[in-house]
Write a new protein. Structure first.
Length: 366
């Protein structure tokens, strides 16, 4: 083991051994090189990266290590800072390659062949309320708290087989509206990965989502479905994802620009809700399983490309949510959703055949 990651205590030694085994098993050195992370001279990149790993898992900071003089590396702190500032490193590619190796070498051998693997897209608020000089810092609307905050939107792509969830890659999104940006990007070489990453952070979230999916596709991450919420469910996004050979499952966006063909008529979602309201001595909505299967709705855009939405009522006294799946199987059956938590999104997928499994994914992602 390199001196840069040796530890005094037994626990630290065990952490060092675990990190070394992880680096060896998943070939971290080659993954770093594929992401353009290398140095022509000086301290090897792998040694610096191992030291950073050790700091995280041993719950230490580089500042305190240098201040106390314990477990100090053989290189100066500026070496670490220069490594972290290298604009030519494609960290998105690195995390995607690493996720692909973990999935294919460690997880898939334990799964059955009929298990459906999915990619999950979601965004969350990344607050930086105390920051003032961070690049591309923006005023972003937090949909959970219904307030504007200083920070970014973190768009994350994850992989799941129903039992395991593994982050694949992510990107911090600023805003395309220049008025809401507090700071602009630093001037760097336009030929570098860092410049393209900064440019991508100022584009729409739907475009960034497609970039994350393309990176996962190139890394050969096995998945058949892509799951996301209604914010991403525009017709153009659906067709773009379908062109990547992924099937889409998600909640339908209630938009006046989207219509559904129902009983031979082109209707909006609200009109279909109203048409299926409760009658005397009937359920609140005419949403029986047989009725779902016999009256599949076909939605279309200007190009008349079809998808299949399904209405699910998750709670009483509420209008049902509309989900779609562009690869619906006729023998699929439905189970009532007991929770709307996205953490249960794929938890029931291993208990049902593929046809019902993807429907359960719809239900649990509301």
């Amino acid at each position: 083991m390199n001196k840069s990651i040796t530890q005094a205590t037994q626990n630290d030694k065990q952490i060092s051994k675990s990190i070394k085994r992880f680096f060896t098993r998943f070939h971290i050195s080659s993954a770093l090189k594929a992401a353009n992370a290398y140095k022509r001279k000086g301290t090897p990149v792998t040694e610096i990266f191992q030291y950073m790993f050790l700091l995280i898992f041993s719950n230490r900071s580089m500042y305190m290590s240098l201040l106390t003089g314990k477990n100090t590396p053989d290189f100066a702190k500026d070496t670490v800072y220069r490594f972290m500032k290298m604009v030519q490193i494609n960290w998105m590619r690195f995390t995607t390659i690493l996720a692909s190796r973990i999935i294919n070498n460690a997880i898939l051998p334990l799964d059955s062949e009929d298990r459906a693997n999915v990619l999950i897209i979601d965004d969350s608020m990344f607050e930086r309320n105390r920051s003032k000089k961070v690049e591309l810092l923006a005023k972003v609307y937090d949909h959970a708290k219904h307030k504007y905050r200083f920070g970014f939107r973190m768009l994350t792509l994850g992989w799941s087989d129903g039992s395991t969830f593994l982050p694949v890659n992510s990107i911090l999104l600023s805003t395309e509206n220049k008025k809401n940006r507090i700071n602009e990007a630093a001037e760097i070489d336009k030929r570098t990965v860092g410049y393209r990453r900064r440019k991508l952070s100022m584009e729409k979230g739907t475009h960034a989502m497609l970039t994350l999916l393309e990176t996962a596709k190139k890394a050969a991450i096995p998945a058949k479905y892509v799951l996301f919420d209604s914010w991403f469910s525009s017709p153009s996004t659906l067709h773009a994802v379908k062109r990547m050979d992924f099937d889409v499952i998600g909640m339908v966006k209630k938009s006046p620009k989207m219509f559904f063909r129902y009983d031979g008529e082109d209707m909006s979602l609200i009109s279909i809700y109203n048409k299926n309201k409760k009658r005397r001595d009937k359920s609140k909505y005419l949403c029986s399983r047989s009725k779902f299967l016999s009256k599949l709705l076909k939605t279309f855009d200007k190009n008349f490309r079809e998808i299949f939405p399904v209405f699910i009522s998750t709670k009483r006294r509420e209008k049902p949510s509309a989900f779609f799946d562009n690869n619906f199987v006729n023998n699929a059956y439905f189970s009532e959703a007991a929770s709307s938590s996205s953490s249960h999104l794929a938890s029931s997928s291993s208990k049902a055949p593929i046809s019902s499994r993807m429907t359960c994914l719809c239900l649990w992602s509301s």
